[in-house]
Ligand binder design. Structure first.
Ligand SMILES: Cc1cc2nc3c(=O)[nH]c(=O)nc-3n(C[C@H](O)[C@H](O)[C@H](O)COP(=O)(O)O)c2cc1C
Ligand code: SF4
Length: 436
């Protein structure tokens, strides 16, 4: 059965099993060479394994793009007690839907990657923290864990190599903030899902106050392929600083929405016009959010000739984030979209920082007023002031994320401001504000 969203220009490494329900089973995964990488890894020196991941240049796929091998090397080499690897499967960012599909089609790929990571980092326990609403993916992952235990691939004495790694599935309760790594740890421990102040960093004191590494689902899915084929093999795709393939999850006003696995650096125009079939109903492109709702909006002009990798998108004033590309056509009511995004953040704010708790709610209120045609030029000044006050002042970056679409909208769509509030009255936009 063909996965509905395939294209000849895709490079299907992680998504190889998409569309084939057999891949969900241990037998099916083994037919694709599954668990060969785990066997190889358990025969390798742990430091050598981490070096291999470092050499691949793999960057975390949860949004920040931090190098995975470097992150792994922060874990203590002489454990004084338990150490943990947490899989972040909370995927709640508006626009993101890649981890869900990776779990639905290839649960063993993620489990294998996690077992390798746990071995490399001397972690005795892997916790998979799955978003509460992901009932079907969680069921599929749960069955795969059972199969792995039954086959001696998880638990005690894995593959008779004297390595013990337990794997536990944990369902969240559907809070976006629990995707933030320290809130995830609190939630896992049974506490309120609120981010912690750092330091201490998780590799020093994480879940249950023990050294912990948190990795995204897609990050761990890349690991078996890197271990099996080598870091240099992974580098055959992508750019020097953004190597490998990446899942691009495209939504919005394109003809063919869906997940596409592409080499990083793929032309954004080609993604939208070739792979996704262009803008639906023959309309024109107005704007693109390249990395999930937390990143600044790019205009159609800014997308032209843009390479979809971490550096190029940052240079264009936004972020690749989770590569959750939201495409908007020329009929899009931008203030409505921005208001909806800000309402999402206001709703999901955990409330412990005043600028975030109050600021996101104020922004939503002002945007509702502007959308209703009752805004004033002062409202735009107030919005800019609130954006400034919620950026870089809080425990986590949820409030920065709420400000990003607002600032970029004010900066890049002046015609909206003129039409809705009768001009910006010489409003001063802080330098670099839209990339905050
Ligand atoms: C508000 C907020 C929500 C987040 N949600 C997720 C999420 O759902 N999934 C995820 O992998 N990372 C999420 N992150 C990023 C994580 O904190 C963390 O950086 C990531 O899981 C690390 O994995 P990686 O190094 O493999 O990318 C979120 C961050 C913030 C600030
Ligand atoms: S910034 Fe917002 S979501 Fe993050 S810790 Fe503070 S109140 Fe909670």
């Amino acid at each position: 059965m063909a996965y509905p969203y395939t294209h000849e220009r895709e490079i299907r490494v992680l998504s190889r099993g998409f569309g084939d329900p057999a891949t969900r089973t241990l037998d099916g995964w083994r037919k694709l060479g599954g668990y060969e990488a785990l066997e190889k890894a358990l025969g390798m020196d742990r430091e050598e394994l981490i070096e291999e991941v470092k050499s691949s240049g793999l960057r975390g796929r949860g949004g920040a793009g931090f190098p995975t091998g470097v992150k792994w090397s922060f874990m203590p080499k002489e454990p004084k007690g338990p150490q943990y690897l947490l899989i972040n499967a909370d995927e709640s960012e508006p626009g993101a839907f890649k981890d869900r599909e990776l779990m639905r089609w290839t649960p063993h790929q993620m489990i294998e990657g996690a077992l390798i990571g746990a071995y490399a980092m001397r972690a005795q326990h892997v916790y998979i923290y799955v978003r509460g609403e992901f009932f079907e993916p969680a069921q599929i992952v749960g069955r795969a864990i059972e199969e792995a235990y039954a086959a001696g691939l998880a638990g005690k004495n894995i593959l008779d190599k004297g390595v013990d790694i337990e794997v536990t599935l944990h369902l969240g309760a559907g809070a976006y903030i629990c995707g933030e790594e320290t809130a995830l740890m609190n939630s896992l421990e049974g506490r309120r899902g609120q981010p912690r102040i750092k330091p201490p960093f998780p590799a020093v004191s994480g879940a249950f106050a023990k050294p912990t590494t948190i990795n995204n689902v897609e990050t761990l899915c890349a690991i078996p392929h890197i271990v099996k084929n080598g870091g240099a093999w992974f580098r055959q795709w992508g750019t020097e600083k953004s190597p490998g393939t990446k899942m691009f999850n495209v939504s919005g006003h394109v003809v063919r929405r869906g997940n596409y696995e592409l080499a990083l650096g793929f032309p954004m125009d080609d993604l939208i016009y070739d792979m996704c079939g262009g803008i639906r109903d023959g309309r024109k492109l107005k704007a693109v959010i390249p990395g999930g709702s937390s990143v600044p909006i790019l205009t159609a002009q800014e997308i032209e000739g843009l390479a979809a990798d971490y550096e190029s998108v940052a240079q264009a004033g936004s972020m690749l984030g989770t590569a959750s590309v939201i495409v908007m056509d020329d009929q899009t009511n931008m203030v409505r979209q921005v208001r909806r995004m800000v309402e999402f953040y206001a709703h999901e704010s955990c409330g412990q920082c005043t600028p975030c708790r109050e600021g996101t709610a104020w922004m939503a209120q002002i945007l509702r007023r502007i959308e209703a045609g009752q805004g004033t030029p002062e409202d735009v000044d107030t919005l800019l002031g609130v954006c400034k006050n919620v950026t870089g002042t809080t425990i986590c970056v949820l409030s920065d994320s709420a400000a990003a679409p607002v600032l970029s909208w004010i900066q890049k769509f002046p015609e909206d401001i003129d039409r809705l509030v009768g001009g910006r009255r010489g409003v001063q936009i802080p330098a670099g504000a839209a990339t905050a």
